[in-house]
Design a binder for this molecule. Structure first.
Ligand code: AMP
Length: 538
């Protein structure tokens, strides 16, 4: 039968078949416990309230929020009534957030209480937003100049608990969207259709991927504003898993406590989070025996991290790979049955790679001379195709650079071995990933080169134990320039222009920067030179 796939139907299923299963949600002030029956009714109330506020099919519904049950309700209410869930990364600069909201033309914004000051600062620049909703536990609205401002819980109490999910959804219509950072220019929007989200949810349930099921207690640590917390809230709701939402500004301690207290079985996040949790487990005395899977992606999982989780704490650790454009799950690293015979070290090595393609997707690895051999040596760019891979950036001409002949060009340079396991070895996009968030090397380079004393500047990533990658700036000064220009001079010059975590960890001065025959910076070679400076050969 031709039955359209719709995001609303995932929650309808949970309401019917798992009404007693729980969502445990930490907000600023309260630990809430609700079940799917209540979440369903609250979502219906929210849809009716948004309807009253004039939200219609196709309208964009923005969220600036942490991981909690209210955010989960909007995950279903927006697409459930045919509008579009637009999750906004709260860690971006105010300029980027203004751009994103205006570019997506968000009509309504749902905002967590602690993010309200940011919106207070920028709301006069927002050209399309007609209503602001604050998600607070308190009875009164906070003092603010933002207008018109509504209380989430007041809207819900006036809403209709029997409001119907839209039945005329076209599965190819947008259900969600999320912006991702670009090498140059403003962030780029990625749209998720109902079909993409539902099929991706199926993929998360497969036994050889994340195997999410009713018996799971899932705690998404990856933010709900990062590719829909990797789609786990959609899949977990559909399958009736218990969900534990860790809420605003959580600490490793809270994560460890929640794992023990709520018997979390599966959790997902970037390596920086797991390094923090590991330190907490080393210090405390927590029972983590309920965990059957820690999913790690967003940046390469260090081998030592995987070993520490598995050998020290007996926690199965799964390395996965994907991107905003891929909804995101694309590959996951699990040993095949016959690979169980490998030596322990070989098994760890194998599992530290990014893994094999998830069923449903297609891949191609293209080097300078066409598709590469699957020999674990030849390098090429990873290209992806499939029902949950985006086919363009939202209203953005940069689509032409990444979506070519029906393939998404990931910008990740990989090798593939005989088993089809990919290993990411480099990146063509000029971005540095620090703690799961992007830093544009080009933007920092341009800013440094605007300094009068600077002839040229090149920013490269170096590996970092805590953040995976950190930026280092390599600077060539104009000839004959006074030598009082120091690292501090450059950092002081940069600091008003960028968030603090964007500032390079070091400024190294060079005579010149290696360049290709066409005059482009040879970043790979420069990285080697930077490494040599930090650990000179004897
Ligand atoms: P985002 O769109 O922010 O999710 O970032 C996607 C990018 O993060 C990919 O194109 C890769 O460059 C990087 N990435 C994601 N997962 C991994 C991983 N497991 N190992 C290495 N890099 C990764």
């Amino acid at each position: 039968m031709q039955v359209p796939l719709s995001v609303g139907s995932l929650l309808e299923h949970a309401e019917k078949f798992f009404p007693k299963k729980e969502i445990i949600s930490q907000t600023h002030d309260i630990l809430h416990r609700l079940n799917y029956k209540e979440i369903g009714q609250r979502t219906r109330r929210l849809m009716s309230a948004m309807d009253e506020l004039g939200i219609r099919n196709g309208d964009r519904v923005g969220t600036l929020a942490w991981n909690h049950h209210r955010h989960l309700e909007i995950y279903f209410a927006a697409p459930g009534m045919g509008s579009v869930l637009h999750t906004i990364n709260i860690r971006l600069s105010p300029e980027d957030i203004i751009y994103i909201i205006n570019h997506a033309e968000d009509k309504i914004l749902f905002i967590d209480e602690d993010i309200l000051p940011l919106i207070e600062h920028i709301h006069t620049h927002l050209t399309t937003v007609e209503a602001f909703v604050v998600m607070t536990d308190k009875a009164e609205l906070p003092e603010t100049t933002i207008q018109p401002l509504y209380s989430y819980e007041e809207l819900l109490s006036a809403g209709d608990p029997a409001y119907e999910f839209a039945k005329d959804i076209d599965e190819n219509q947008p259900a969600g969207m999320c912006y991702t950072s670009a090498t140059t220019g403003k962030p780029k929007g990625v749209v998720y259709t109902h079909r993409a989200i539902v099929l991706h949810s199926f993929a998360l349930g497969l036994a050889d991927t994340a195997a999410i099921s009713e018996s799971d207690v899932s705690m998404p640590v990856v933010p709900q504003f990062h590719v829909n917390a990797w789609g786990t809230p959609f899949a977990c709701t559909w399958f009736g898993s218990t969900q534990v939402m860790p809420g605003p500004r959580f600490t490793p301690k809270r994560l460890a406590e929640f794992i023990e207290k709520f018997n979390v079985t599966i959790t997902a996040g970037v390596p920086t989070i797991w390094l923090g949790l590991l330190r907490e487990l080393d210090q405390g005395n927590y029972d983590t025996s309920s965990l059957r899977a820690v999913l790690c992606g967003g940046s390469a999982a260090p081998l030592g991290l995987i070993k520490a989780f598995e050998e020290k704490y007996n926690i199965p650790f799964y390395h996965a790979y994907g991107a905003t454009e891929t909804t995101p799950l694309a590959t996951i690293s699990r040993l095949k049955s016959y690979q169980q015979d490998l030596s322990k070290e070989e098994r760890f090595q194998e599992r530290s790679r990014q893994g094999i393609l998830v069923p449903g997707l297609q891949m191609k690895v293209v080097g300078e001379k066409g598709e590469v051999e699957w020999n674990g040596k030849e390098m090429g760019e990873l290209l992806l195709k499939g029902p949950w891979i985006a086919d363009e950036y939202y209203r953005d001409t940069r689509s032409n650079d990444a979506f070519i002949d029906g393939w998404f060009h990931t910008g990740d340079v990989v090798t593939v071995d005989e088993e089809g396991t990919i290993k990411i070895v480099d990146r063509t996009k000029d971005l540095i990933k620090s703690g799961g968030e992007w830093i544009s090397s080009v933007e920092i380079e341009n800013a440094i080169m605007a300094h009068d004393a600077v002839f040229e500047a090149c920013v490269v990533a170096i590996p970092d134990d805590k953040w995976q990658e950190r930026p280092i700036a390599c600077v060539v000064l104009h000839e004959g320039i006074d030598t009082t220009i120091t690292k501090e001079t450059i950092l002081e010059f940069l600091s008003p222009q960028f968030p603090k975590w964007w500032l390079p960890d070091d400024i190294l001065f060079f005579e010149d920067i290696p360049k290709s025959s066409v005059g482009k910076f040879l970043k790979r070679e420069l990285r080697e030179q930077v490494k040599a400076r930090y650990s000179p050969q004897e």
